[in-house]
Write a protein that binds this ligand. Structure first.
Ligand code: KG4
Ligand code: ZN
Length: 332
């Protein structure tokens, strides 16, 4: 069984083919460069780039997989959350293709896709598990009893973790997105040099908040006239990153312990962060917790993760009809 995955929720046009054993035949990702000069994604430009890109990218995914369209069993597409115009391109394309080929159409929540990226590389994941999804638009802590039986334990009440990285990156004039850049320069700094607030770290719930931390970091930049040539930039990056990682880690571990969970899945673009990966890996080595995260390439937006989520739905015969519509509604 082979599923064609389609992902166009933000600024990456991607198509992939994955089978029921989660083997990736191909995973083509085209990241739109047009937004670089604006320091952030321009939604209308993103939709237009997806329209230009979708057909060649799907063709590339098929040729890289050495497969013909007739060998595809179903089409899975990101339906929400994301930029509505961008999502619509993928959804319309997937619906047309499913109709023409008379193949099942599968609607995939993009956040679930991020979680399922883990199944592409790890064969020993067992339910129940807790997953922390940290991306440009989401920070969610979710307990899964099964793939379609889950409970949201907590989420950000304002900015997402990735958003905080990107906004501070933008103030510093770092290339977009700021997350990987801050990760890179933080390696040369001292994480204990600047004491940033650790929002909601001791609150009894599992919610997060990053907008106060972002403001504190922005004020620090302003007060200290910090720029990319300042010597202090490395310490700043390390300290700012440390504050985000510490809050994410502490609240996640609290949820894992209080729910008696033995398996944890990190997911989303910020799961590529080296400090975040390290802190969970070190914890797992010292405690009875199985920790999984995808390789860095599969952390950020890609269609293989959408196809992976599609496999679960295909097996449960959860198909969509041609009334399927995109939506920007947040969350799982
Ligand atoms: O999941 P994703 O590709 O897109 C969304 O669904 O939002 O996540 C993109 C986010 C951006 O905010 C980006 O800065 C962040 O992931 N990111 C990172 C790293 N790599 C990507 N943040 C921190 N450290 C990284 N290494
Ligand atoms: Zn994403």
């Amino acid at each position: 069984m082979k599923i064609l995955g389609i992902e166009t929720s933000c600024d990456d046009t991607s198509a992939a083919i994955v089978n029921e054993k989660f083997h990736i035949y191909s995973n083509i990702i085209s990241s739109q460069k047009i937004h670089n000069k604006f320091g952030g994604v321009v939604p209308e430009l993103a939709s237009r780039e997806h329209i230009r890109g979708i057909l060649p990218i799907v063709k590339l995914a098929l040729s890289a997989a050495k497969l013909d369209l007739s060998e595809i069993d179903a089409i899975a597409v990101s339906v929400r959350p994301g930029l509505i115009g961008s999502l619509l391109v993928g959804v319309s394309f997937a619906k047309s293709l499913a109709y023409c080929l008379e193949k099942p159409l599968i609607s995939v929540n993009h956040i679930l896709g991020h979680i399922c990226a883990n199944f592409l590389e790890h064969r020993d994941i067992e339910f129940p598990f807790i997953s922390l999804i940290v991306s440009g638009g989401h920070t969610e802590l979710v307990k899964f009893q099964d793939i379609d039986n889950f409970e949201i334990l907590g989420r950000t009440v304002d900015d997402a973790a990735g958003e905080a990285f990107d906004k501070i990156g933008k103030i510093l004039n770092l290339p977009f997105p700021g997350g990987p850049e801050i990760d890179r320069i933080a390696k040369m700094g001292d994480k204990n040099s600047i004491k940033f607030p650790l929002p909601m770290i001791n609150k009894p719930n599992y919610d997060f908040s990053f907008s106060g931390l972002k403001t504190a970091a922005a004020l620090y930049i302003q007060k200290n006239n910090l720029n990319l040539n300042s010597r202090k930039i490395y310490d700043f990056a390390a300290s700012f990153q440390h504050a985000i990682v510490k809050v994410l880690f502490k609240k996640t571990i609290k949820a894992i312990q209080e729910n008696g969970i033995k398996t944890f899945l990190l997911a989303g673009g910020v799961a590529a962060n080296s400090k975040l990966r390290n802190i969970f890996e070190n914890y797992s080595n010292e405690h009875n917790l199985k920790v999984f995260f995808p390789t860095k390439k599969l952390c950020t937006d890609n269609a293989a993760m959408i196809a992976a989520a599609g496999i679960f739905k295909y097996q449960k015969k959860q198909f969509a009809d041609l009334k399927l519509n995109a939506s920007s509604q947040k969350g799982l």
